[in-house]
Design a protein around this ligand. Structure first.
Ligand code: NAP
Length: 270
């Protein structure tokens, strides 16, 4: 991509995306400018990736055609709701990954910008991320294509309407944490039955990876895949019934319901 990219707030998520973009050669280091708050963090990014790191967000936006905003949600208003920033950004494409900051709110801060809201997750750090994009009214097919290419560098990408982003924040953004708890609990069971902790964790993690890949690649319903593993009077059905006794389905589904409620209360309101 020829356009210059600015990544405002190049921390954990910003650097994960930057790493993917440079690795996939979508951008050269010369085409990317990043910003951070601390000078030493900027020097480290410059050293690790060869990009220009600034502390002046307005200057970074002036240089770039595409702006990826990756600061914490609580810093979004002071960063974007600013006349110098509005002038530097104009009608450029701005992609925000801040949790809880709606397109309507972004639109009040940057009324001329072509806006896309994105919700990635931490597996982007290992190029196995999932990102959901919600385009604003000024963002068309070209802008979506740019955003798709950016997040595709660190994993899978789909598009949804902004109204779904609270559920997405919970299922996609928080989802890895829920998966870690399930994974750890299964490994605990293995340890209880005599497996070494490291072995149990490796097996449990591989099981999650393999099962998730089965669902994505075969496109079969998880229930059909579960039935394939379940022989009559076998150990799998014994374990499955124990899970059902613990009401694991409603616990997990309500986990997403509760986390979505909290996600809906995050961020500033327009
Ligand atoms: N982590 C997740 O799972 C996840 C998932 C989806 C979306 N998100 C969203 O991603 C965003 C970033 O999260 P993160 O976990 O990557 O946070 P983070 O690691 O704390 O990174 C934030 C970065 O912003 C920089 N920063 C702070 N104030 C700034 C300013 N005024 N100008 C320029 N840079 C500034 C910080 O610089 P210094 O290092 O110098 O302080 C840091 O590099 C959040 O909005 C979050 O909602 C996170």
């Amino acid at each position: 991509m020829a356009d210059e990219l600015a990544i405002l707030g190049c921390g954990t998520m910003g650097e994960a995306i930057l790493g993917g973009l440079l690795h996939e050669r979508l951008y050269t280091p010369e085409q990317v400018v990043v910003t951070v708050r601390r000078a030493e963090a900027g020097a480290q990014l410059q050293q690790r990736h060869g990009v220009v790191a600034l502390r002046d967000n307005v200057e970074a936006c002036s240089r770039a055609q595409v702006v990826l905003v990756a600061v914490k949600p609580q810093y979004m208003a002071e960063l974007l709701d600013d006349d110098r920033m509005r002038a530097a950004i104009g009608d450029k494409l701005v992609i925000s990954i801040a949790a809880g900051v709606r397109l309507a709110t972004l639109g009040t801060w940057l009324p001329a910008a072509r806006l896309i809201r994105a919700m990635p997750n931490t597996p982007c750090l290992v190029s196995r991320g999932m990102t959901v994009l919600a385009p604003g009214p000024r963002a068309g097919a070209d802008e979506l294509a740019v955003a798709r290419r950016i997040f595709h560098a660190v994993g899978r990408v789909i598009e949804l309407e902004d109204k779904h982003m609270d559920a997405v924040t919970s299922l996609n953004g928080s989802g890895p944490a829920f998966a870690y708890v399930m994974l750890e609990a299964l490994a605990d069971g293995g340890v209880m039955m005599g497996l070494r902790r490291d072995v149990a964790l490796e097996i449990a993690a591989s099981v999650f990876l393999g099962a998730a890949t089965m669902v994505l690649d075969t496109k079969l319903h998880p229930a059909a895949l579960k039935d394939q593993v379940t022989t009559p009077a076998g150990s799998t059905i014994a374990g499955l019934l124990t899970m059902e006794d613990g009401r694991i389905r409603s616990v997990l589904a309500r986990t997403i319901q509760e986390a979505t409620k909290v996600a809906a209360s995050l961020g500033p309101r327009e």
